[in-house]
Write a protein that binds this ligand. Structure first.
Ligand SMILES: *[C@@H]1O[C@H](CO)[C@@H](O)[C@H](O)[C@H]1NC(C)=O
Ligand SMILES: *[C@@H]1O[C@H](CO)[C@@H](O)[C@H](O)[C@H]1NC(C)=O
Length: 513
């Protein structure tokens, strides 16, 4: 199903209706508004990082609840039991969004809130009621919900019963859960996401083992169980099939009546070849295939990328005829989380240090490094994986546009984390100049991709608020709003004011009374 496309007709009518706007000439507006009509400007969040309320209203435990309560996983020893208590403070947070002027909010549903025991127990109607209230409150404010079914979290029950993503049993559970969400919320939710960053889930859960379920082997990490070569491939395969299961339910039962769209969100890294040699160019392509195309190729082209097939051979699971039938019409849009870029260096024809990032066959035999001849690809930041390389945004979007036939895209996350400085004064924590520079240059790069024809329909800033940043706990802050984690008080930063003005500057307003 096609997403609604922009309509010049509508904007003409709005301009004509509105005497105070008549002075805006259409020519001027088309050049100064690279973002098409109906573009979603939003902020993003996820259930585990925001909600807290770990056991409220019948919620079951998720894999992340269990994981963070195990010793030694989170750098500051914290967990998401309370997080920023968005579960209880959502009305306050919607007011912040209203003030920003965003027209969409990206959040995820906690699977364990809806189905504390997966399909082995009842639907928790209190959880359903909660999200229903959030959705209504957003819509009453003119903010469209943009909803992910899972953002790293799965009911712990499914982990314990059958190993979650390692078992094909998860397909049935994911489909069952998706069906319930479409049934209760689909009359009001027009953008559905099956998975947020399944590539990161597979790599960190099953190769390095630094995320739950802490599985890895050999030199890939320090785990007591797992197989870092095979299991990420199996987990990813089951995620792809689970995506297809949910999409099929949506298409067959709900989409026609509800009129929404469904997609997947991938974490993206832009890989620049380390040098101009053909070998390094191929290495950059391999790196991309082993990270991004790994999921998007099967979903959109019905097979794993050729680089993966060549390197991995029979290690790579295969799709049956029946699977491929279910995978047809695999999605309506591609969500992209874009923050950073790296160089990629060949390790097939040249020798790379074993154990270095990317060099194993399981990772694609391409060394990932931010540094070349002593210089970083982009300015390093206080967050060890973010290098400021705005061009990576245009390059990523253009790459996806070319490879996947300009499928509609949404930038579902982009933003800058800043490591907490405990001694910072009130003035300091508000004054996030670096974040403003980061957002402004990345948005300009995105605008360039759109001017050159990329069908991008939205941008979500990560994040509305400081929140629980996974392994970094509360030590890395990504918020447009500062959160005092002791009192949960929210305070807008400079970046919030800046984003508000940016949205105003780049949206055609019928009337601004
Ligand atoms: C691996 O994990 C064990 C148990 O958690 C720990 O005692 C050990 O120090 C770790 N080793 C390394 C190299 O991190
Ligand atoms: C908004 O537009 C005004 C007027 O052109 C400009 O001075 C200001 O810098 C812009 N702000 C942002 C955030 O784009």
């Amino acid at each position: 199903m096609e997403l609604p496309s922009s309509s010049l007709g509508t904007s003409l009518i709005i301009l004509a209706m509105c005497s105070s706007c008549v002075s805006v000439s259409l020519e001027q507006s088309s050049s100064s508004y690279p973002f098409p009509d109906g573009f979603l400007f939003g902020t993003a969040s996820s259930s585990y990082q925001f909600e807290g309320a770990i056991l409220a209203d019948g919620k079951g435990l998720s894999n992340w609840d269990t994981f963070t309560h195990g010793a030694g996983h989170i750098s500051d020893g914290s967990n998401g039991d309370i997080a920023v208590d968005h579960y209880h403070l959502y009305m306050e947070d919607i007011a912040l969004m209203e003030n920003l002027g965003v027209n969409s909010f990206r959040f995820s549903i906690s699977w364990a809130r809806i189905l504390p025991q997966g399909r082995f127990g009842d639907v928790n109607m209190a959880g359903v009621h909660h999200y229903s209230k959030v959705i209504d409150a957003l819509l009453a404010t003119g903010i469209q919900p943009f909803v992910a079914l899972t953002h790293y979290d799965v009911p712990q029950e499914l982990e314990e019963r059958y190993g979650a993503w390692l078992s094909t049993k998860i397909l049935k559970d994911f489909g069952y859960y998706a069906d319930i969400c479409f049934k209760y919320f689909g009359n009001r939710v027009k953008h559905w996401v099956t998975f947020n960053e399944p590539n990161v889930m597979a790599i960190r859960g099953y190769r390095s083992g630094i995320y739950p379920p802490s599985r890895c082997s050999g030199s890939f990490g320090n785990c007591t169980k797992g197989n870092s070569v095979k299991e990420p491939l199996v987990a990813a395969h089951n995620m792809i099939l689970s995506h297809a299961a949910a999409v099929n339910i949506y298409r067959n039962v709900y989409q026609k009546e509800q009129g929404g769209s469904i997609g997947i969100i991938m974490n993206s890294i832009w890989y620049e070849p380390y040098s101009n040699t053909a070998e390094d160019k191929l290495a950059a392509e391999r790196a991309q295939s082993f990270f991004l195309n790994w999921f998007l190729d099967p979903i959109l082209h019905g097979e794993y990328p050729k680089e993966m097939r060549h390197v991995l051979g029979s290690l790579l699971p295969s799709f049956s005829k029946e699977d491929l039938k279910k995978m047809r019409q695999g999605l309506d849009f591609i969500g992209i989380n874009q923050y950073t870029s790296f160089y990629s260096k060949d390790c097939i024809y040249s020798k790379c240090k074993s154990g270095a990032p990317g060099v194993s066959p399981a990772e694609g035999l391409a060394l990932r490094t931010p540094i070349r001849n002593g210089e970083y690809i982009g300015e390093p930041t206080s967050v060890d994986w973010i290098y400021v390389y705005p061009q990576g945004m245009e390059n990523t979007v253009t790459f996806i546009k070319d490879r996947y036939n300009n499928t509609p895209m949404f930038i579902c996350e982009n933003g800058l984390g800043i490591v907490e400085n405990p001694s910072s004064s009130t003035i300091d924590f508000r004054n996030d100049v670096k974040r403003v520079e980061y957002m402004s240059t990345y948005l300009e790069s995105l605008a360039n991709a759109i001017r050159k024809g990329a069908d991008v329909r939205g941008y979500f800033s990560w994040s509305l608020l400081d929140n629980f940043e996974w392994l970094d706990g509360y030590t890395v802050r990504f918020g447009l709003h500062h959160v005092d984690f002791a009192t949960l008080k929210r305070t807008p930063r400079l970046s919030a004011d800046w984003y508000k003005e940016f949205i105003l500057n780049h949206t055609k307003h019928a009337c601004s009374i």
